[in-house]
Design a protein around this ligand. Sequence first.
Ligand code: C5P
Length: 288
Amino acid sequence: MEKYAHAKLNITLEIRGLRPDGYHELDMIFLELKEGDRIIGEKTKEGITLSCSDPSLPCDERNLAYRAAALMRERFGIKEGIRLHIEKRIPSQAGLGGGSSDAACVMNLMNELFCLDADPKELEEMAGALGSDVPFFIRGGCQRAKGRGEILTAIGAFPPCTVLVVKPDVSVSTPWAYRAYDQMEDPAEAGSGCTEAAEKAIRSGDFPALCAAMHNDLEAPVIKEYPEIGRMKEELFRLGADRAMMTGSGSAVFGLFSSAEKAASALAALESSCNAQIFLNEICSDHS
Ligand code: C5P
């Protein structure tokens, strides 16, 4: 069986405070993209075997996809084993949710492969134990995400546009990004209410209002340390993006283009001028 583990973008990331458990209280909008890792899974007699096209990634308990498979076997009492292979396309430490998406994809894949007919709510709850972003990938689509990121509400169709994703040649650690935010002198003011405004704009199909509302609270502290991310964002604006922003804790930035032609020429310009990884993406509209 084969499935795609799609990447995500943060259309907003608003930090509402620090929680007693050390996590941050968030209000965000996630958008699923068509681009993703390819995961192949087949039944075996016993155990979990994981392989990956990227030799730099661990294939044992350190890999979230492996932990997802172990959790599924344990929770559903699966006696048989599973062999999994991940063909990586989503860059790691980019804010595109690659590891989280692989984990959710393994859960959905095993649910089908072993005919478990699991309640999606139960899968989401299990996913939350693996990581804050994993429940989103069980559902996909365009979702408002609160709490640690696990309290989800579907928003519906995203306004039509073309997405260009660029990953500068730096990797950002998520815990580091949140710590850098906490150490800022005057955090949290700029983005206040952006998620509410962006949800309204998506629901009414108002693309200019959506672009105006988009905001990521982690962007300022991360760009301060990694100015190349800021330069890439400026480049996307210069090449005609209606809005450019960092996703998650970075380092990837993305541009939304109302004109597909402008996006295509921006892609061509970037391909000839920089050595960053670039994807021209489609928004996943299979779910709502
Ligand atoms: O949940 P996950 O393991 O994916 O989170 C990775 C890190 O991101 C956490 O260890 C924490 O530093 C930060 N984080 C946070 N608040 C959230 C989600 C993640 O501080 N809501």
